[in-house]
Ligand binder design. Structure first.
Ligand SMILES: Cc1cc2nc3c(=O)[nH]c(=O)nc-3n(C[C@H](O)[C@H](O)[C@H](O)COP(=O)(O)O)c2cc1C
Length: 186
């Protein structure tokens, strides 16, 4: 798939078939992620992957409960609360794989570097016919020291991009974009 086609055809996918994701697939996507640029080429990222639909489902419930109990402490807009409160709202959409892009350092630009790597990963997934969805709402729970300890992630690492991955049941329609706001500076 051409790069522009992958960019155009990527979607946030929220409905997955039960088909499993293999480790080799995740490794390929991570190889694409680490080709991303990073400030001073520091490559301050690490990756975590869970390929167990049942455990992902359990974490989805816990992340949701935590978020509802602590919503006011988060930076999320109140309007999101209703969406999360819906009994049918499942944080990780029953995906068979959960990937985390982690910042290993508190370097000033580590989070940006991880975001660029995350986009590479999502585009590489699209080129393989796989769907992804960035799950920002899970980040506060994933970044709790207790969650990182349970997942055996170093406490100093920051979860920047939680991304679910799987085989889409269908590809959603494009959401469309607002026209680009451009200021020509000369
Ligand atoms: C930083 C970030 C956080 C996001 N968090 C969530 C989320 O928690 N749950 C979700 O369903 N989608 C989430 N998304 C996906 C966006 O809602 C989606 O990309 C947007 O609606 C545009 O749709 P498209 O990706 O299909 O073009 C997130 C995307 C980004 C970049």
């Amino acid at each position: 798939m051409e790069v522009m086609e992958a960019i155009r055809e990527r979607r946030a996918v929220r409905d997955y078939t039960g088909a499993r994701i293999e480790r080799a697939t995740v490794e390929r996507l991570i190889q694409a992620a680490i080709l991303a640029p990073s400030a001073r080429n520091l490559q301050p990222w690490a990756f975590a992957a869970l390929l167990d639909c049942e455990r992902i489902g359990g974490y989805a419930k816990r992340a949701k409960s935590w978020l509802l109990a602590n919503f006011a402490q988060t930076a999320y807009d109140e309007s999101l609360r209703k969406m999360v409160e819906d009994p049918n709202f499942v944080m990780f959409y029953h995906a068979p794989a959960l990937l985390l892009v982690l910042a290993k350092s508190s370097d000033a630009q580590a989070a940006e570097d991880c975001c660029v790597a995350a986009e590479n990963l999502m585009l590489a997934a699209r080129a393989e016919g796989l769907g992804t969805c960035w799950i920002g709402l899970a980040r506060p729970w994933l970044n709790l020291p207790s969650t990182k300890a349970e997942l055996k992630l170093p406490e100093s690492f920051q979860v920047v991009a939680p991304i679910v991955l799987g085989h889409p049941k269908t590809w959603p329609e494009a959401h469309g974009r607002n026209p680009a706001e451009i200021y020509w500076l000369g």
